[in-house]
Design a protein around this ligand. Structure first.
Ligand code: SF4
Length: 241
């Protein structure tokens, strides 16, 4: 059984092509800008059998085309690593491409095993400075960087994601450091910059949770293009999402 929040049948934002995106319930960290606070609590969500999800994927397979497939996102999907591993293993046996969208903070043998069945890892590296990563997410970035390296050593494809938050991670210093850290990685196929937005703020009110970035503006065109230009010095394929 997987603890699922929701399923998107024709997703185009979480990995290549058209995808079945499974958003799992529960997250182990608390990013200040999280726009899905309703996904955080592990006790919510609905239980779904792996074979139930696989059935949806197989039925949808014709629409995936050459690039598409399934993406498991969250929340944090590696909280349910073993079950996602089972899903991916069976999906791949059915010729379906698998993609995992993770915050990279959990290291375990199960997660490493899951990486083996993951065709594409989409890794969020939210801050290159450990202290700032902690301030922004509540967790250190040590494991994230270790898992990025682990993936690189595997030689399997990875996309990196960066939510660009004014005043938090948009300085030249941090962007340069981030780029320099990954510049020699050979498995990075794409870097996605996700400009910070406030679309999920209303959910905080509904859940009676405090939104701590209320005073942070969305990044200006100048800030976004500065980040893009810096990353472009280090990576061939930089996209603004
Ligand atoms: S990792 Fe994702 S789901 Fe978890 S708190 Fe951060 S933004 Fe939200």
């Amino acid at each position: 059984m997987l603890k699922v929040h929701s399923i998107e049948t024709f997703g185009t934002h979480e990995g290549p092509g058209i995808r079945l995106v499974i958003f799992l319930q529960g997250c182990n960290i608390r990013c200040l800008y999280c726009h899905n606070p309703d996904l955080l609590d592990r006790n919510n969500g609905k239980e779904m059998k792996i074979k139930e999800i696989l059935k949806i994927a197989v039925e949808q397979k014709d629409y995936f085309g050459e690039e598409g497939g399934i993406t498991v996102s969250g929340g944090e999907p590696t909280l349910q690593a073993l079950r996602v591993y089972k899903l991916f293993k069976r999906a791949r046996k059915n010729g379906i491409h698998t993609s995992l969208d993770s915050n990279g903070t959990i290291i375990s043998n199960r997660v490493k095993k899951l990486y083996q069945e993951t065709d594409l890892l989409i890794l969020d590296v939210k801050h290159i400075d450990e202290k700032w990563h902690k301030k922004l997410t509540g967790a250190s970035n040590k494991n994230v960087l270790e898992m990025a390296k682990y993936r690189e050593d595997m030689g399997k494809p990875m996309w990196l994601r960066y939510v660009l938050v004014p005043g938090w991670n948009d300085s030249e210093e941090f962007l340069e450091k981030w780029g320099q850290h990954f510049k020699d990685y050979k498995n990075i196929e794409r870097v996605e910059i996700l400009p910070y937005h406030t679309l999920g703020v209303h959910k905080y009110k509904e859940l009676k949770m405090k939104y701590k970035l209320a005073k942070v503006p969305t990044p200006s065109v100048e800030i976004i293009s500065k980040a893009e230009n810096i990353f472009k010095k280090y990576f061939k394929n930089v996209l603004i999402k």
